[in-house]
Design a protein around this ligand. Structure first.
Ligand code: G3I
Length: 397
């Protein structure tokens, strides 16, 4: 009896793997995986391949390629800015849903899932909120209530339409901050203490029982010393472990994946090990904001190929390391790039000394770069027994 049950379980597993990896039949045409989109290739593994979307670019009638690629190449979208608090409630009590609604509708029409970004972050807060706290007209108690209301309002509006929410973003300091010992940083920790993190997840869960609730941060692609005083990944690991032990509904850890070719970065095995360690907490994982920037030296800007080629290759290698690690770990549910074209990337506007750029998978003229092709290859050449379909956790109550 027992044996028969295991045979059935085994047969179902094999059938699932086979179904996900089946070569789609096309009448009279050989299957050409290179002609498939990243999103379609990701589906073979149950992996969503997404992009952050710049709503201004999406609405630019003179830039139709942006909309076309955002719709056709990806299976998931994230609002780059449109769901941040300053965008949603620029004036106290007056919500402007236009841009966020538009993205959710765009995703529905294109059968894409949506990563909600972001409910609680120290940056891009409305001025009325930060100045009200600074001048004392908003008390700490009122601030906590405003946060509860904001989370409840936003999550309720999109209930059932958001697959993963970045509930809390970048709550932890970096080793270059003062003090250098890692700690909870920023506006929310300063004003409410770290207890806001548990509150935020509980409020989000109360508003949507089905969305997967993520903690999202950068520089957590690999573990370092293992000491939470200077190893940010370890700090986040301990934090999520502690939260879950208290029954806080954290369902996932999002690793942003903002890399640069000028740094040492990591290899696939290191990144795989990090995802596995996070998974051991019982949570999902995801790469949520992947891009790989490069320093734009004068030679690069002058078009010197001896300087450009190594950057394109290093960029592709780093995109690929994160993709391979994600594929190797079944809890890794999605791989999102933070913008897909150098025409619309936050990087050049952010890093000027020295200038940086070339951070995405398509160039400014929407030509796919080496990084795009490497991601595609990773998705094409992956399969059982090392790469198996994703396993999503049940949203925690
Ligand atoms: O909306 C104003 C516009 O009215 C004005 O004309 C223009 C002039 O500069 O600025 C516009 O606001 C900009 C906004 O993006 C929308 O384009 C801000 O200046 C600019 O600072 C802001 O940058 C965003 C950044 O977050 C802010 O921290 C980037 O686009 C966005 O990609 C970036 O995303 C973050 C993630 O949310 C969290 N992880 C890190 C990641 C990169 O910093």
């Amino acid at each position: 009896m027992k044996q028969r049950r295991w045979i059935t379980v085994g047969a179902v597993a094999v059938a699932t793997v086979a179904a996900l990896n089946a070569v789609p039949a096309t009448a009279n045409r050989p299957y050409d995986p290179t002609a498939q989109s990243l999103g379609a290739l990701g589906q073979r593994h149950g992996l969503q391949v997404g992009t952050a979307v710049d709503l201004a670019a999406l609405n630019d009638a003179n830039d139709p390629q942006y909309r076309r690629l955002a719709a056709s190449e990806f299976s998931s979208v994230t609002a780059e800015n449109a769901m941040k608090w300053e965008s949603l409630e620029p004036t106290r009590g007056v919500y402007d849903w236009a841009a966020a609604d538009q993205l959710v509708e765009f995703a529905r029409r294109n059968k894409q899932s949506v990563r909600g970004h972001v409910l609680v972050w120290h940056s891009q807060l409305p001025t009325w909120l930060t100045s009200g706290v600074a001048d004392g007209s908003i008390s700490k108690q009122e601030l906590r209530e405003l946060l509860r209301k904001h989370i409840t309002t936003v999550v309720s509006r999109y209930k059932g339409k958001i697959w993963q929410w970045d509930v809390v973003n970048e709550a932890v300091s970096d080793p270059w901050d003062t003090p250098s010992t890692l700690h909870y940083k920023g506006f929310w920790a300063q004003n409410l203490g770290p207890g806001y993190i548990a509150d935020a997840f509980r409020w989000a869960r109360a508003a949507d029982p089905r969305a997967l609730l993520f903690y999202n941060d950068y520089n957590i692609e690999a573990f370092g010393s293992g000491n939470p005083a200077d190893d940010k990944s370890q700090f986040v690991y301990d934090m999520v472990k502690g939260l879950r032990a208290q029954g806080v509904p954290v369902d996932g850890i999002g690793s942003q994946g903002h890399l640069g070719t000028q740094y040492g970065n990591y290899d696939t095995l290191q990144v795989t090990a990090a995802l596995k360690k996070f998974t051991s907490l019982g949570v999902a994982t995801a790469f949520t904001e992947v891009d790989v920037r490069s320093e734009l030296t004068e030679a690069v800007q002058a078009g010197n190929s001896a300087e450009i080629n190594p950057r394109l290759q290093a960029s592709a290698a780093n995109f690929s390391v994160l993709m391979k690690a994600c594929l190797a770990v079944r809890s890794c549910l999605s791989y999102t790039v933070w913008g897909f074209t150098d025409r619309h990337s936050w990087v050049p506007g952010w890093f000027n000394e020295p200038p940086q750029g070339m951070a995405t998978i398509y160039d400014e003229n929407y030509q796919p770069k080496r990084a795009y092709h490497e991601l595609k290859s990773d998705l094409i050449f992956a399969g059982p027994p090392y790469v198996l379909p994703r396993i999503a956790p049940k949203p925690r109550r």
